[in-house]
Design a protein around this ligand. Structure first.
Ligand code: SF4
Length: 280
């Protein structure tokens, strides 16, 4: 399968994670060679808010839409009959660099279905970010979806290379997640979000100390744009009050930059912990 076809499948699989693409107007493009410009999102490119409030373009793709899990709300679930594709690490790196050089994007939003094991998948996701940062000295924005079951070493590495990490809480109610996504466990998700918060707090403290010190040596970075999450609403019986209370609790407990809520979509895709909705 050539890279363009993979991009078609894996960008489509990630499209419901879009944050703020052009909306409210008719879709027009100039792909037939006539005209100029487009109001339709380009394949794999979405808009998202950077931590400083700018709206930036990101290459938003899944590493693969194959998945061992069978979350009922996800088009990429194991039992779904959709075309599957998988990028190699080098293919995602090359696409990111190529799009960046053409000035089409300012960063990468990478997620993945879970293949082989959470650690294996997370290692592949981290390897993309590490290759971009260390081999290509990529200074653009990187947002990685994080797999809650992945080991702590991989989470630490993800934070070293990414600007933002996110783990999807998925459902407002733990019982709903157990029913709709039997392979997932909200306690594991929350535990990993708690670990990320601790690492973010440690990094913030270390930065403050470094500023006060004489040497001003910068401490190792850890996801300077913080962590975010996403919750699907409408797939269970959670009331508006429950949804708002859960969101408030998430912001407070994990010091999130954003807890995005999205309506249940029959063709929603996700990644790592499940899905992903942009957040920049
Ligand atoms: S939500 Fe994520 S983990 Fe669940 S089936 Fe979809 S891709 Fe796999």
């Amino acid at each position: 399968m050539d890279v363009l076809r993979k991009l078609e499948i894996l960008a489509d699989a990630a499209k419901y994670d879009a944050s703020c693409a052009s909306s409210g107007t008719e879709l027009r493009d100039s792909r037939d060679g006539k005209g100029l410009g487009s109001t339709a999102p380009g394949m794999g490119i979405c808009h998202s808010y950077a931590p400083d409030g700018r709206c930036i373009s990101l290459l938003k793709v899944l590493l693969t839409n194959a998945c061992n899990y069978d979350c009922l709300y996800c088009v990429n679930r194991a039992s779904s009959n959709v075309p599957r594709a998988r990028f190699t690490v080098d293919e995602v790196v090359k696409l990111t660099i190529d799009f960046y050089r053409r000035n089409s994007i300012e960063g990468l939003f990478l997620s993945s279905g879970i293949i082989r094991s959470p650690d294996y998948t997370m290692e592949q996701v981290v390897r993309v970010a590490r290759t971009l940062r260390e081999e290509h000295h990529f200074r653009g924005y990187i947002h990685l979806k994080t797999i809650p079951e992945a080991c702590e070493t991989l989470l630490a590495q993800a934070g070293r290379y990414a600007d933002r990490l996110s783990i999807n809480i998925e459902m407002p109610l733990e019982t709903s997640l157990a029913r709709l996504a039997p392979d997932k466990d909200q306690r594991t998700i929350r535990r990993t979000m708690g670990r990320l918060r601790l690492k973010l707090d440690e990094a913030r403290e270390a930065t403050k100390e470094a500023k006060k010190s004489i040497t001003k040596v910068r401490p190792p970075r850890f996801a300077p744009a913080g962590q975010s999450t996403q919750m699907i609403v409408g797939a269970d019986t959670a009331s508006d009050r429950t949804i708002l209370d859960t969101s408030a609790n998430l912001y407070g407990a994990y010091r999130l930059k954003r807890a995005a809520r999205c309506r249940r979509r029959p063709r929603r895709c996700c990644a790592s912990t499940g899905s992903t909705r942009p957040t920049g």
